[in-house]
Design a protein around this ligand. Structure first.
Ligand code: ATP
Ligand code: MG
Length: 424
């Protein structure tokens, strides 16, 4: 039976083709998992641009779940919404089953919560997660891409090395596509009762607007610095380091693109180029890194900080995202995030010099605590790599300026203030 993909896909949060015109949406492959349950790969082509392949686990049944959006057509629905089907997928990982060209694997020495009744997460995300109580979170990848998935790859390395600052990888499953591996999903330990770093940091900076000092966060910033350094150390020990020149060409391209769209950047352009030139020649130590680190990618649990989502820089091809880079790239990402968490409190507010001073003080204090914590764990202080760190911070701020000018002009001040400081 052909399924009405063209009608159903646009109703799904994870579908990325909404702004394009579909030419065709066809089932490209069917892997029967058990009676009434098929893993389906759906190819979508558009009038322009690249085709996409999506994954849907289809359950053929007469009693669909009441969940809105789960029903594909009469008698067929998204199987993740049936707890017993989600449990079944987990059991395939537990037994290390291969069905057709789909292979399910479990990490050595872990146990999966096979008896828990799962529920589909309501988080707004580009994949679909199923939560098994407070024990495991199963992420089914929706838009498929051939190649090694850095999130699975790095979580596997970090988990097997028993690094305490990641959600332990428990299992994964994949297939092949065009002769390459193609990841389909992963299961990690669920961080119960966790708070996202961004929520914690902005709760602290909100206190600044109510005349508070908002210092509650600097102990956290310190521990976060230690956690990031610990993850870097494990990645370096397990996957090695080498020396390379920094990707200054990419930084220059990004600067050129942003400068042509943001007139405010013009007066800083030469100074930024100068900063890039300073670090262009000198080889630096590179290693595998997180690649997209910010306060939204860290969870605070009762036992400490966890880094999640090792996918690397969004929108880049997978080989770019897996390229060894300076650990300072991650440090810079986190420092930028501290500035955002604080300076966003000034957006759309009448100028208030006292508040601005408190905000600046919060940023200085927490960036310093983060670097102190990083240095305590790593034995080397990020501030000793000032030129490299500044280049990465500038690169990030330049990108942000392009983004804000386009989508949130009221926020443009945040990256512009940082750029002025960094070249000042
Ligand atoms: P996005 O498209 O937003 O990047 P995604 O599909 O890549 O989403 P994740 O970023 O991995 O999914 O996770 C989405 C959310 O699920 C996270 O912001 C976090 O709140 C929660 N989450 C992820 N992993 C865990 C975990 N191990 N324990 C608890 N919560 C988690
Ligand atoms: Mg994510």
């Amino acid at each position: 039976m052909t399924l009405p993909w063209t009608e159903w896909l646009p109703t799904q949060r994870w579908y990325a083709g909404r702004n394009r015109t579909v030419v065709s949406a066809d089932t490209a492959d069917v892997v029967p998992l058990r009676p009434h349950l098929d893993l389906m790969l759906v190819d979508v082509t558009y009038t322009s641009g690249a085709a996409e392949r999506y994954q849907v686990v289809v359950q053929w049944d007469s009693t669909p779940p009441s969940k809105e959006g789960a029903i594909i057509t009469d008698g067929a629905f998204d199987g993740l919404h049936d707890p017993s089907s989600a449990q079944f997928l987990l059991s395939l990982m537990d037994s290390g089953t291969t069905i057709g060209n789909v292979t399910f694997t479990k990490e050595p020495g872990v146990s999966l919560p096979l008896d828990v009744t799962p529920r589909v997460s309501t988080a707004e995300q580009s994949n679909t997660s199923v939560v098994f109580a407070d024990q495991a979170i199963f992420k089914l990848f929706r838009r498929l891409a051939a190649g090694i998935n850095p999130d699975i790859e790095l979580n596997r390395v970090l988990g097997r090395a028993e690094n305490r600052h990641v959600a332990r990888l428990l299992g994964s499953f994949d297939t092949t596509m065009d002769g390459q591996p193609c990841p389909l999903g992963m299961v990690t330990a669920f961080a119960a009762n966790s708070t996202e770093g961004w929520d914690m940091a902005t709760a602290s900076t909100r206190a600044l607007t109510a005349d508070g000092a908002g210092d509650g966060f600097s102990g956290e910033a310190y521990e976060l610095g230690r956690a990031v350094a610990s993850v870097h150390a494990t990645l370096a020990a397990e996957l090695g380091t080498s020396t390379d020149v920094l990707p200054v060409d990419v930084m220059r391209e990004r600067l050129a693109a942003a400068a042509s769209a943001v007139p405010e950047l013009a007066e800083y352009r030469a100074a930024i180029e100068e900063r890039y030139a300073k670090v262009a020649e000198e080889p630096v130590v590179v290693q595998r890194v997180h690649g997209d680190l910010h306060l939204g990618q860290v969870l605070r649990t009762a036992d400490g900080w966890l880094l999640i989502d090792f996918e690397g820089e969004p929108g880049q091809p997978v080989e770019e995202r897996r390229r060894p880079d300076s650990a300072m790239r991650d440090v810079a990402g986190m420092l930028r995030s501290f500035e955002y968490a604080a300076y966003q409190q000034l957006v759309d507010r009448t100028p208030d010099p006292e508040l601005a001073a408190r905000v600046k003080d919060w940023v200085d204090r927490n960036c310093a605590s983060f670097c102190d914590g990083y240095a305590a764990e790593a034995g080397t202080d990020p501030r000793d790599h000032a030129a490299v760190l500044a280049a990465y911070e500038l690169d990030k701020a330049v990108y942000e300026a392009g983004y804000e000018a386009r989508f949130r002009p009221n926020w443009l001040n945040i990256p512009m203030r940082s750029i002025a400081r960094l070249v000042g």
